[in-house]
Ligand binder design. Structure first.
Ligand SMILES: [Zn+2]
Length: 426
């Protein structure tokens, strides 16, 4: 399949727990995002509810195969000396041996036959994920049909499949060579679903131009690219690091390949102007993740998204700020239902703020931000950041515990990147 140039920016929300269903199915929210995605371990463990959710929501989805976990000590994904259930189920889907704690696989553990079978199983797991409804689920569908209720279609396929992938430190790494072999074998499949390659590496790699050139050349043969740059924390990166990220994305744009980042926050949405086609964060959580961190679902507790600071604040800190600045509280469709005139109103707003509402407010703001970014030219991006910076300096300053210094780095990174790029091209 030929690579195509994608113009739409896609926000896929990574779903970790069943509680997010309510947010994503809320009709005020459903049009605010493009699709959903799951880690394969979560998908495998919650297969029934997840496949039903995918059918009900009827939106594009993909499954991250999370194959990298076997590179590291399985202790990371074990509990009391035994592999966690979600992973033992997944490993059996993938045809992997159950490994003992303190064991990890090496690139050389895969001979050709084993590798081919492994790739097939990983891709088939994603492709056929929604196919097998359990007996009890099927009888529920049959019953719904009998009553004349809408029955979700029998199966849905992902928007794209992701080839098995491993973290590589550099292009001389044995895992890099294995990744390329996997991509070559994956390409031979005759599916009608595109197959994407995952570039999973450390941030250092992005800062070496010869490495970047080789990686892009090697991955450009795929139908699309998923990026997982470990340590790419948009809130903590300095200007030059952010520029390296933009340069990398801009080079991917030149190969006209769909490119979506795993995780990602507002800065990655700004990067849509320079070639990025999508992000896949959790709702209000997991906007970045280090590959070597223990894979957990992440937790979302008592936080509220501050639209102008483009970050989540602890509920108590957000409340303190809005008690002093009630007129600046969000007016999105989720929050505006409340008549906010007094300090007492602010207190009751935060008392009623549960995680569903906080997440819905996050989704709604992401949507509004993206619509705004779409309508602006590259040059105007800096002026919307200027407005946010002015708001934060005037109203938040050093007084409240709401960080916003990342806005300065984002703005100067974009300004420098644009001027350097234009200098080179003129
Ligand atoms: Zn809101």
């Amino acid at each position: 399949m030929e690579a195509v140039c994608i113009v739409q920016f896609k926000v896929f929300y990574r779903v970790g727990v069943a509680g997010e269903k309510a947010v994503l199915l809320d009709e005020r929210i459903t049009d605010s995002y493009y699709g959903i995605c799951f880690g394969a371990n979560v998908a495998c463990f919650g297969r029934n509810w997840i496949s039903q959710f995918i059918k009900t929501i009827n939106k594009p989805f993909f499954i991250d195969p999370v194959t990298y976990v076997i590179q590291f000590d399985v202790e990371n994904i074990s509990k009391e000396g035994e592999l966690k259930k979600s992973y033992s189920k997944l490993f059996s889907e993938y045809g992997l041996p159950v490994m003992e704690t303190n064991k990890q696989m090496k690139p050389t553990d895969f001979n050709d036959d084993r590798l081919t079978l492994f790739i097939q199983k990983v891709l088939d797991f994603q492709k056929n994920f929604t196919q097998s409804a359990s007996g009890s689920q099927q009888s529920l569908f049959d019953y719904a049909e009998l009553l004349g209720d809408p029955v979700p279609s029998s199966s849905k396929v992902p928007e794209f499949l992701i080839a098995p992938y491993f973290l590589f430190e550099n292009t001389d790494d044995g895992w890099y060579a294995l990744n390329l072999k996997i991509l070559a074998i994956s390409k031979q499949r005759s599916d009608d679903i595109p197959i994407y390659g995952m570039i999973c590496t450390n941030f250092d790699t992005l800062q070496k131009s010869s490495e970047v050139k080789k990686i892009i050349e090697d991955y450009s043969k795929m139908d699309g690219i998923i990026l997982w740059i470990s340590d790419l924390n948009e809130y903590r990166m300095n200007r030059d690091e952010l520029i390296s990220y933009l340069k990398f994305i801009n080079q991917l744009k030149n190969i006209k390949c769909d490119c979506i980042t795993l995780y990602g926050s507002y800065f990655s949405m700004l990067a849509s102007k320079f070639g990025l086609n999508g992000i896949s964060p959790g709702i209000g959580i997991s906007e970045f993740k280090r590959v070597r961190d223990q894979p957990t679902g992440g937790t979302f507790s008592n936080k509220y998204y501050i639209p102008e600071a483009k970050t989540m604040a602890v509920e108590a800190d957000a409340r303190t700020f809005y008690v002093d600045n009630p007129s600046t509280l969000c007016t999105c469709v989720i929050c505006k239902g409340e008549e906010i005139n007094t300090i007492k109103d602010i207190h009751s707003f935060f008392e009623e703020l549960d995680s569903t509402k906080a997440k819905s407010h996050y989704c709604m703001n992401r949507y509004l931000e993206l619509e705004k970014i779409k309508s602006l030219s590259e040059g105007e991006l800096q002026s919307i950041l200027d407005n946010d910076i002015e708001f934060c300096e005037t109203n938040i300053g050093q007084v409240y515990k709401i960080p916003f210094s990342h806005l300065f780095s984002w703005k100067s990174a974009i300004a420098k990147f644009v001027s350097e790029r234009d200098d080179t091209s003129s």
